[in-house]
Design a binder for this molecule. Sequence first.
Ligand SMILES: [Zn+2]
Length: 581
Amino acid sequence: MAASKKTFQRLLVTSALPYANGHIHLGHIAGAYLPADIYVRYQRLRGVKALYVGGSDEHGVPITLTALKEGVTPKEVIDRYHTANAEAFQRLGISYDIYGRTSWPLHVNTTQQFFNTLNAAGYIHTEEMELWYSPQLERFLPDRYVKGVCPKCGYTDANGDECESCGAQYEAHELLEPRANIPGDTSSPILRQSRHWFLDLPKFRDHLKTWLDSHPEWRANVKGIAYGWVNDLRTRCITRDTDWGIPIPVDDPDVANKRIYVWFDAPIGYVTNTRQWAIDNLNDENGWEVWWKDQDTRLVHFIGKDNIPFHAVIFPAMLMGQQDYILADNVVGNEYLNIFNRRTGQSEKGSKSRGNMISVRWAVDHLSVDAIRYYLCAIAPETRDSDFDWDEFMNRYNGELCDVVGNFVHRCLTMTVKNFDGCVPPADALEENDRAMLDAIPRQLDAIAEALEGFRFRQAIERFIELGRKANVYFDAMKPWVTRKTDMERTGATLYVCCQVVKALCCAMAPFMPEGAGKLADILNITLPKNGPDGGPDAWQEAITLLPVGSPINKPEALFPKLDKDQLAELAEAHERGEAT
Ligand SMILES: [Zn+2]
């Protein structure tokens, strides 16, 4: 899976906007956020002009249903969770350039412009539909406001528009044995006519197909779902009977109690948030356009599996209908992170009702950010679902990051500080072994870079650990703790080489474990550049330039403190008691 052949001037990365109706959890992070953050941090290190855009999705039924069930207003729900999730992302080191909100007035403007352009070009029309209606509450029951039996698989808790059990999507009237999903509503829903606005997706079939055909390098799961949709395109309803959302910008008496469907406005949030970023940072109302309309911008979406149709078919069609927008160069879709239940020995889906999810706020209160990021990247659900498993968490973090990388760094730097007065030793006596180790550094960095460019994050972090393993093999073979008793010149040459590996490890760990990289850079007295949307020097290349003889090195501290068994058991038990949500 090669990276795109075209060279670009700048990179725009988006992560799916999570609903602001609950706390962000580690399942979300492993899918759409950590891979994106690692990718952006890597590209920034390379000096690429990179902009990373995210934010809250604050419309739709999930928000209003949460408000209804908690007895508060939708505004209270989104204010609470937007703030909480922005903070959780920040604490985990997810390095957005902006974390915006779809409730911003600017977003009404962007969304209505999209709608108007599509409407003027003949891509939107209205249709009469039969929808579920509550006679008791005298309101329509869109999407999850109605529950019933799935017409495809018979699951009894299916939503009005889709089944969480088998993944089927269907028309409202196909749902069997409908019941209102609103506290206190005991009436039986009835079908009633309502007029809605539709996006004419079949008109984009040829363009979508040509575009998908031009990206054979995409992941198989994304291509599979995208082609499945493109080969069976239907008009898609883009409005709902609700008063929470963006008003439909047409002069029509029917629009009063209807709003634009959340799945139309949510991806437009990427554009809105880029606009707001340009206003805030460039003081330029048009500064966003180069990021969305210049053919030399590379757009990459990071998403979970459930969002693939929206980012690989529907949003691209909406962009095609605008005429002057670029299309994504890659849509990186991840599978799901499940939870390994230690009591049953089974893997289970993370769910609110089970209370088995691990929120980011809980995780960062109890674990180091680097430990969380290391484990989630090492088990990233790239091509198939994976399990969060506490025992594996400890084994991999302790056994790989602490024992292989942390331990090597500590041994090398401690000996250097002790025996060579806190300076990189002279390298007058380099031998074949030493040169082989030095030669391995750029090769290993290239291997990590190649994996990252190809969106293979598990492979990238494995190759990072591999550099640590090679360094340990070298260190153990050269035995500087033995040679120091008889041959300081030899010992100096060994530690000189080890210091160069430590510098490379510092740079290579920065995208994955930013806290550890920052600490290590301080110990080595080097600076990792904080490149942003303006680009900068290529620090990845800089990593292979050698630390000069005599460079000062500070007394090392432990980069990655080990987790002990008791500590881990306490965390796992708290999780099992449902306290980690
Ligand atoms: Zn089903």
